[in-house]
Ligand binder design. Sequence first.
Ligand code: PA5
Ligand code: NI
Length: 184
Amino acid sequence: SFIQPPQVAWASGALADGPLLRKSTRIQDLTHVFADENARQQLAGEQVVYDVEMLDTSPADGELYTGVTHLYPGRVGCEYFMTRGHFHARREQGEVYFGLRGTGLLLLQTEQGDARLEKVFAGSVHIIPGFTAHRLINTGEEVLSALAVWPGIAGHDYAALARGFRIRVFEENKRVQAKEVQNG
Ligand code: PA5
Ligand code: NI
């Protein structure tokens, strides 16, 4: 019952041929992001959960940022590796994601708390409206890479979802299981 998004052919998972900024997010950076905090603490803190490569473009009003997220396969306890997730600081600003390689889910959640999941795969196109928080989840066994384009003025608000999204995605009996949670 995941939403089937539109598709586009896409060639490659890696961003290249431009001035790039890179940021790695590790297990040790993701305190209280996963449901099982004890399981997180058992993992090597230096293990990279995701890398973001970003074009070094202007943040001026009207300009766009472009980045690729490489989300590695893995789990914390039974919960799949995922990005921290955020609203934009400028809540009305939207974003577009394109699936490049691997398989996963894009978790979207409105300010009212309505959450939905879209399948992510090579060629998938995701329109993230304004006022909608977003998080990538890698449910596969390979790297999940997705390209994102968003307004330079959008900014990130991580604090608004510090208690977590309303849906968490786990592997149970070798199947992908999405579960509604009250908070965190
Ligand atoms: O702009 C985006 O939404 C992405 O580039 C994300 O910032 C990226 O996937 C990393 O996720 P987060 O910012 O939630 O750590
Ligand atoms: Ni964003």
